[in-house]
Write a protein that binds this ligand. Structure first.
Ligand code: SF4
Length: 494
């Protein structure tokens, strides 16, 4: 355990994040104003008109100073605290994180904000010189921000997107930390039918609210879990509820995360196509069968290739494939073969995630398996960037997760013109997302500020089913929010 000793400040959240970048597997306990011996200490002292920030551990020290009369003093102090801690830990471990001190912030979102304030060059300089982000990651964040800009500009004050959650999967992947129920050998399968019925009711109620507020639907995303675990009839039922309750013709995108190839068949794909789904995701994570077995996915690479070809035959012309860099037993060479196999399919989108090991993942709690190391993941991501770029793909959205191997990023690549709109809207939080189903989180966005309010649905399907009526009360907040934040500043709205 690392004792993180803070003296003279309480930037504990940022300090913990920085330490976690260097020591992802250690427990960190924050203590205050204890003697520095044996503790990683971050101290802030004022002497005259100068603040002095010191990071210290086992005789090693890193110091910096800040005039007390600078504007945004608290933000500058926090930044300097992070920098001194980062430099100390980098010197001690020999590790130079690719994203510098940038933790807990979406890089492209920050790049948008900085670009507005400082222009392209200034924003990139700030990334490199102040946040200590490497050149190649700075360029990646800038490229994503450029690709997103026109799509974000197309979102208007009354725009919203719709998210539906299907929190069931055929089996549980070893790295999974989502609230998703494996239907293997459990009572979860019996929950699916009542769950779908109530989801359709929630869609109807939510659609009525959106209509009463005169909102404009931009995109629909059915995620999970594995939505294609539903039967073709259930998929039709859910998609009909969407079409009956929401103005689908205004939506520019309707995505269904089909997910696991072993749940996909022609009937289901036809049901989705007939319902007006424009984009699907078929997610192999890897095309290495041994790795698939290790991570608990009960399908083969061939099943993925077959599902992809079937989807093309049935008429899907916008398909995403998800990959993960850093899976247990995977190697850069095997990841390279996966990338080549995926590129040969010519999907419109390729999303390359970095493995993130949350505490609830089976891989952490039971298997104690070691993810492929940070160096190997760096190589995989660089390879991915190189091959995707050479294949004519551009990076269009990105995010980072805590506890990702090597503290790296997740990037969506697309053929130009095939950007996954929902991904951008959701990640950049540019408009409201109304969410239905267990574990779904509605995000209400005030277009005139950065204010964002969340409404949480019940996390687990059994709670969702047994306490469904309470959701109606929670969702009443949507109308109140629009009255408070939006309608008052939109005179043309009736
Ligand atoms: S398919 Fe996704 S949601 Fe389902 S168990 Fe695997 S990682 Fe979790």
């Amino acid at each position: 355990m690392i004792l993180l000793n803070l003296q003279g400040h309480d930037f504990h959240y940022e300090a913990e994040n920085i330490v976690r970048v260097f020591y992802p597997d250690e427990q960190i306990r924050v203590v205050y104003d204890e003697p520095p011996q044996g503790r990683l200490t971050s101290r802030m002292e004022k002497s005259g008109n100068i603040f002095c920030l010191t990071a210290q551990w086992d005789g090693e020290t890193q110091t910096d100073t800040l005039p007390a009369d600078v504007p945004d003093l608290a933000a500058r102090q926090e930044l300097m605290m992070a920098t001194t801690l980062y430099r100390l830990l980098s010197k001690r471990t020999g590790y130079v994180p690719a994203w510098g001190i940038l933790t807990g912030v979406r890089p492209s979102k920050l790049m948008h904000t900085l670009t507005r304030e400082m222009g392209d060059e200034g924003a990139q300089r700030y990334f490199r010189d102040t946040l200590l982000v490497r050149e190649n990651k700075t360029a990646l964040a800038a490229a994503v921000a450029r690709q997103e800009a026109p799509i974000l500009a197309s979102s208007s004050r009354d725009s919203y997107s719709l998210y539906l959650s299907i929190p069931f999967c055929p089996s549980r992947c070893s790295y999974c930390s989502f609230v998703s129920h494996s239907i293997t050998g459990s009572g979860a399968k019996k929950l699916i039918d009542p769950y779908v019925g109530l989801l359709c009711r929630e869609l109807q109620q939510t659609g009525e609210i959106a209509a009463s507020l005169g909102l404009r639907l931009e995109s629909v995303y059915i995620g999970g879990g594995t939505p294609s675990i539903l039967s073709a009839a259930q998929l039709r039922q859910v998609c009909s509820a969407v079409a009956d309750s929401f103005p689908l013709p205004t939506a520019r995108e309707f995505t269904v995360e089909a997910g696991r190839p072993d749940t996909i068949d022609a009937d289901k794909l036809r049901a989705l196509r007939d319902a007006g789904v424009t984009r699907i995701s078929i997610n192999p994570q890897t095309l290495n069968d041994d790795v698939l077995t290790h991570i608990g996915r009960r399908h083969t690479a061939q099943q993925m290739l077959d599902a992809f070809r079937l989807a093309r035959e049935i008429g899907f012309d916008n398909i995403n494939t998800d990959l993960i860099a850093g899976l247990e037993t995977d190697t850069p060479a095997s990841f390279h073969r996966t990338l080549e196999g995926i590129l040969a399919l010519e999907p419109e989108n390729i999303t390359i995630h970095t493995l993130a090991l949350k505490r609830s993942a089976r891989m952490v709690t039971e298997d104690k398996a070691a993810a492929t190391g940070g160096m190997a993941v760096a190589q995989m991501l660089e390879d991915g960037q190189h091959l995707c770029t050479a294949g004519g793909y551009v990076p269009y959205y990105m995010y980072r997760q805590t506890r990702s191997v090597g503290n790296f990023e997740n990037v969506g690549w697309c053929r130009p013109g095939y950007e996954g709109l929902y991904n951008i809207f959701m990640m950049e939080e540019c408009h409201t997302v109304l969410a239905c189903g267990a574990g779904a989180v509605t995000k209400l966005r005030d277009p005139d500020s950065t204010h964002l309010e969340r409404i949480f649905n019940f996390k687990y399907p059994y709670e969702y089913i047994s306490r469904f009526d309470e959701l109606t009360a929670r969702k009443a907040r949507i109308k109140e929010f629009y009255q408070e934040y939006i309608i008052k500043t939109t005179p043309q709205r009736k």
